[in-house]
Design a binder for this molecule. Structure first.
Ligand SMILES: C[S@@+](CC[C@H](N)C(=O)[O-])C[C@H]1O[C@@H](n2cnc3c(N)ncnc32)[C@H](O)[C@@H]1O
Length: 283
C-alpha cells in the first residue's frame, strides 16, 4: 500500500529543507514588544557579564537586539553598539525608548532591520554576539548555519563571538516537552501606580520530529476592581536543542569554541547549568 503523506511528514520535510510553516492565528512574540518588555521587565542577570565581555571594545554588533534591554546599558558604558533585528515593532519600541535618554547615548546606538540569517553591514567588528538565547529563534539547521556564517563574515580578525543558549532547565520545570494540554500560569504582577494586574498563562506544544517548541502566551490585564480589561495571545516558537548540536554547527562554520560558561558569572559549564555561554573565534 502506498504510504500516505501525513501532515506531520509534510512539516518535517519542509523544515529539513529550511522552510517553516506558519499556521498559528496569533502574532509572534516580537510583534508585541509591550508584552515582551512586561515579561522581561526585571531581567538583568546577564548585563554585568556582557559589560565585562565587551569592555575594551570600541564598537560591537548585537544580533537580535530587540527593544534594547541589553544594548542600552552597554552603550551607557561608552561603547558604540550596532544592533540588528528583523522585527520592525521591536526596533520601533527601542527607538521610542531612546527618546528618554541623553542624545549622546542615542548617537552611540545604530539600529538596522535585518535578518540574522542573511545580512551584510559592509564592515567587521571585534565583538559580535547573540545574547538572551535568541539563537533558538532559528528553527532549522539551515537557518542556524546561515546565521553563524553571516556572523563570522562580520567578525574582524582576532575578534570574539559570543552566543548564549539555554540548557532548558525551564523547559523541564514547566514541562514544555510533555505535550501536556493544561494551561499553566507563568507570571503575575500588579502595577503599583495604575493598580492593574497582568497575568501570563501558557500552553506548550513540542514536536520531537522537528525539535520545535511552541508556546501560546495568553496575557490577561485586569483593572484594580478585578475587571478584565484586555486579553491577548502571542505565539513563541523556538527550536529545542542541546549544546552538542551547537558544537557541530560551530565547527561546520569554521568557528572554534574557546570557552563555555555555565552561568552569567563566568562559572563552569556543568550538567545543571542554566545556560551555555559559548565564546568563539574564527578558526
Ligand atoms: C528574546 S528577544 C532578545 C532581545 C534582546 N537581545 C534582549 O536581550 O533583550 C529575541 C529577538 O530576536 C529577534 N529575532 C528573531 N529572529 C530573528 C532573525 N532571524 N533575525 C533577526 N532578529 C531576529 C526578535 O525580533 C526579538 O527581538
Amino acid at each position: 500500500m502506498k504510504p500516505r503523506l501525513l501532515r506531520q511528514d509534510a512539516t518535517s520535510f519542509a523544515l529539513m529543507k529550511g522552510t517553516v510553516l506558519d499556521e498559528s492565528p496569533f502574532p509572534p512574540v516580537p510583534d508585541r514588544p509591550d508584552l515582551y518588555d512586561w515579561l522581561y521587565r526585571d531581567t538583568d542577570k546577564d548585563i554585568d557579564m556582557y559589560r565585562r565581555l565587551t569592555a575594551g571594545h570600541e564598537c560591537i554588533l548585537e544580533c537580535a537586539v530587540g527593544t534594547g534591554r541589553l544594548a542600552i546599558p552597554l552603550a551607557q558604558q561608552g561603547i558604540e553598539v550596532h544592533g540588528i533585528d528583523n522585527s520592525a515593532a521591536m526596533l520601533n519600541e527601542f527607538k521610542a525608548k531612546l527618546e528618554g535618554f541623553p542624545p549622546e547615548l542615542a548617537r552611540r546606538i545604530h539600529l538596522e532591520q535585518a535578518d540574522m540569517r542573511q545580512f551584510d553591514l559592509g564592515r567587521q567588528y571585534s565583538f559580535v554576539f547573540i545574547p538572551f538565547g535568541s539563537f533558538v529563534y532559528l528553527l532549522t539547521l539551515a537557518d542556524q548555519k546561515a546565521c553563524l556564517t553571516a556572523l563570522r563574515h562580520h567578525l574582524a580578525p582576532g575578534g570574539t563571538m559570543v552566543i548564549d543558549i539555554p540548557t532548558w532547565a525551564e523547559a523541564r520545570d514547566e514541562r514544555w516537552l510533555d505535550n501536556d494540554s493544561r494551561v499553566m500560569k507563568v507570571q503575575q504582577s500588579i502595577d503599583a501606580d495604575s493598580g492593574t494586574t497582568t497575568e501570563m498563562w501558557s500552553t506548550f506544544r513540542f514536536d520531537a520530529t522537528t525539535q520545535l517548541m511552541e508556546q501560546d502566551r495568553h496575557f490577561r490585564i485586569y483593572d484594580r476592581e478585578g475587571m478584565l480589561q484586555s486579553e491577548r495571545v502571542v505565539v513563541w516558537r523556538s527550536r529545542f536543542f542541546l549544546p552538542g548540536e551547537f558544537y557541530l554547527q560551530a565547527d561546520a562554520c569554521d568557528l572554534e569554541i574557546t570557552q563555555v560558561y555555565g552561568d552569567f558569572q563566568f562559572g563552569p559549564f556543568r550538567h545543571d547549568s542554566e545556560v551555555a555561554v559559548m565564546v568563539m573565534r574564527a578558526s
